[in-house]
Design a protein around this ligand. Structure first.
Ligand SMILES: [Zn+2]
Length: 244
């Protein structure tokens, strides 16, 4: 079991990774994870002492209860206005241990135009294809999630899925770990960028039906065998990249 400090360091590291990959604008966005006691979360705070997501330090990751009240952290760092994205999702989903909320501009363009992110590639990035085939819901409002009701509405839009688009706003991804939730955000962003470029280049073709079928069959076998060393390797790579 990770200590509180290790969990906060991991949240800060994930902020730096997503920030360095331009998945969010300047200081907007936050990542959280659930403490082992299931009663507190560690979340990137906002306020006068903060720096951008890309430069998040462990001191900026504060402790908050599941009602969104600050329990611990420096004076200059406050609870994010949209803390309810996190607290209401943890209450709604017992499988979720980490929540990522960022504003990636290319994904937001798809919500603005009401275009789907289509399955355009397979072996290029199979787990990204998996994410798309699982279905990506959209929360169709463009408001800040600044109260419990709106948090519950977002949780309902996400349902049992792993990522949710937020119209004219950003994305929220969830996972069984910080790495899990962060990598899903990265994959969603890459899929959107690829779709966008494909539309610029010409008429994108979704991959053949028979390939999709085969992919799903093989995935079922792999899921049964469990574990993902590829995800761990990808995370190590992104962490190194963020140090550059
Ligand atoms: Zn937001």
């Amino acid at each position: 079991m990770p200590t509180d400090l290790e969990s906060r360091e991991l949240v800060a590291q994930a902020c730096r990774v997503l920030g360095s990959m331009n998945l969010t604008k300047a200081a907007t966005g936050h990542i959280s994870c659930l403490a082992d006691d299931g009663k507190r979360i560690f979340i990137r705070g906002r306020g006068r002492a903060e720096v951008g997501v890309r430069f998040t330090t462990v001191e900026q990751v504060i402790t908050v209860d599941l009602d969104g009240n600050k329990i611990d952290g420096p004076d200059g760092i406050a609870v994010p206005i949209e803390v309810y994205i996190h607290t209401r999702l943890y209450r709604a989903r017992s499988d979720v241990r980490s929540v990522v909320h960022v504003h990636p501009s290319t994904v937001v363009l798809f919500t603005i135009c009401g275009k789907d992110i289509a399955p355009l590639y397979g072996a290029y990035d199979p787990s990204s294809l998996d994410l798309i085939l699982d279905g990506i819901p959209t929360y169709d409002r463009s408001v800040l999630i600044d109260d419990e009701q709106l948090g519950d509405d977002l949780a309902a839009a996400l349902g049992s899925k792993r990522v949710c688009l937020m119209r004219g706003h950003g994305i929220t991804s969830v996972g069984a770990s910080v790495e899990d939730a962060a990598i899903r955000a990265i994959q969603l962003n890459e899929a959107a960028e690829m779709n966008y470029q494909a539309h610029l280049l010409g008429q994108p073709r979704t991959i053949p039906e028979e390939d999709l079928k085969l992919f799903l069959e093989k995935k079922r076998q792999k899921d049964a065998s469990g574990g993902s060393p590829r995800q761990a390797a990808a995370w190590r790579y992104y962490v190194e990249l963020s140090k550059g």
